[in-house]
Design a protein around this ligand. Structure first.
Ligand SMILES: [Cu+2]
Length: 499
């Protein structure tokens, strides 16, 4: 997991010198004429660390961490809080010291719905000069104070590369990861209840689902049937029941072979797009009595370490990756957008940086997508980000200029399931109202993102919107609420708490 020292030094030199020249150039240019079909990629902007881990906070800021200021593998020293409202300059970043004692490199992170704190599980440890051992440390980040502090109770098991899932109950499930360099198995999930701490789900122990056969950031989602759906790289799928002592059952659905570093995303209630090996892709449907899957068009090539982001219109943006894992060969610089209505991919704007191992993407409240990081290790040390502006924000007239946007002028800050609530829009012809759960990304996984269209009725500029029906389709927590105008242009989101 380490680069040779000489290689890393050389790459840091390249990574720092090159972006400055390009970003100065591109910021002076208008978006290309075809921005309304491809979107546009913003300039390369500096980031105070490699954002290996990113999570959108309830206040619209973004926590990131994973390396030191030079891009070296360690989360022990600093973390960053970025305020997108302040732009992308250094004054938009708050770089703070990590005083917890935990190296949070390759941990997991997700918002706890009840308090809005970010729960950080596990991380890295160096023993006798050898990295990539594990810890059972648990830390919390409070967005109100921007403080990172140790949680009262650690997990039972050591975990490096675990997955965290927000459950319908509001509890947080941690599963997978490994305990040490030699031990690829932490087969028993643990459940976190805020204010109470951790409990191991002995009845749900499984080496096949999230132990030795599928240990690295196992892909798992709260499913509509109240279970947790788990996919594996070897193809088997599972329903895990997190209640009581826990239990797990294999489902009849077997998928083609996947990879830890090919992305999957829940793009609609109970529906998952999963990229599999050899340029194949499947759409999984969890809405029936048993899960089913159908092939859809592949993204064009294997894109190891790519990221998949569900957009406010329910389409899926895939960026980054290369045909050889974490090697600068067959690098995919152009993004692609998948339309669930047609199953087809549209090529999108080209990035200037390769986004490979330890890169991330995340939907921002202004409906743009942060693409960032990569390195530690990798062919390039990406202490930088590029912000992607999707096609829906451009005028459809070949001018490359941004379209006027509708806005939400009033909205509540919280909602509960099935509730009808009122919002005010700046326009009368709202065509669509949607929710996207605030994301939390690392290592090609986004633990929390999901998309839900909402029913609404309009009276002038006042909309009566119906909140999602159940916590199984929309787990508690924070969501971005978007309205669209008649031309399909989304507003900036309001962040609402569901619970
Ligand atoms: Cu890692």
């Amino acid at each position: 997991m380490r680069l040779l020292a000489t290689t890393r030094t050389a790459m840091i030199g390249l990574g720092l010198a090159f972006p400055i020249a390009l970003s100065a150039l591109s910021s002076a240019q208008a978006a290309p004429w075809d921005a309304f079909t491809k979107g546009s990629m913003g300039p390369v902007v500096n980031w105070p660390l490699i954002p290996i881990h990113v999570v959108l906070l309830p206040d619209g800021r973004l926590l990131s961490y994973g390396t030191d200021a030079k891009g070296n593998q360690t989360g022990q020293f600093i973390y960053d809080v970025w305020d997108p409202k302040l732009g992308t300059g250094s004054n938009a970043h708050l770089v703070l010291p990590n005083t917890t004692g935990t190296d949070t490199f390759c941990s997991a992170q997700v918002i706890v719905p009840s308090s809005g704190a970010v729960l950080l599980t596990g991380g890295d440890k160096t023993i006798n000069g050898v990295r990539n051992y594990s810890v059972n440390d648990v830390n919390l980040f409070d967005y109100r104070s921007s403080a990172l502090y140790q949680a009262p109770q650690p997990m039972r098991d050591l975990r490096w590369y675990p997955t965290v899932v927000t459950l319908a109950s509001g509890q947080t499930l941690v599963l997978g990861g490994r305990a040490s360099i030699n031990e690829l198995s932490v087969p028993t999930p643990e459940l976190y209840t805020e204010g109470q701490g951790w409990r191991s789900l002995e009845g749900a122990t499984s080496d096949d689902a999230y132990g030795s056969r599928n240990w690295s950031y196992p892909l798992a989602w709260q499913a509509p049937n109240s279970r947790v759906f788990v996919t594996t790289i070897w193809g088997g799928t599972y329903y895990m029941d997190p209640t009581g002592n826990g239990s797990i059952a294999k489902t009849p659905l077997n998928l083609p072979a996947g990879d830890y570093y090919l992305p999957s995303v829940m793009f609609a209630p109970g529906k998952i797009l999963t990229l599999r090996k050899y340029n194949s892709a499947q759409v999984i449907d969890l809405n029936g009595s048993q899960p089913t899957a159908k092939a859809t068009t592949g993204v064009g090539q294997d894109r190891f370490h790519a990221s998949a982001t569900v957009l406010p219109d329910g389409k899926v943006y895939v960026n980054g990756g290369s045909i050889w894992s974490n090697v600068a060969f067959g690098v995919a610089y152009a993004g692609k957008i998948w339309d669930p209505a047609t199953g087809k991919w549209t090529p999108t704007a080209t990035a200037r940086r390769m986004r490979l191992y330890h890169s991330v993407s995340l939907l921002l409240p202004d409906a743009t997508v942060l693409t960032a990081g990569g390195g530690a290790p990798g062919p390039v040390t990406n202490l930088n980000a590029e912000i992607y502006t999707p096609p829906y924000l451009y005028k459809k007239d070949w001018s490359g200029t941004l379209a006027p946007r509708p806005s939400i002028t009033a909205a509540p800050t919280a909602m509960t399931w099935k509730q009808n609530f009122k919002i005010e829009a700046s326009i009368t012809n709202v065509s669509r109202v949607t929710l996207v759960k605030t994301g939390s990304a690392t290592h090609t996984v986004d633990f929390d993102q999901r998309f839900l269209p909402l029913n609404f009725s309009a009276s002038g500029k006042t909309l009566t919107v119906t909140a999602p029906a159940t916590p199984e389709t929309a787990p508690p927590g924070y969501y971005m609420l978007f309205v669209f105008d008649g031309a399909g242009v989304p507003s900036v989101a309001r962040i609402l708490r569901l619970g």
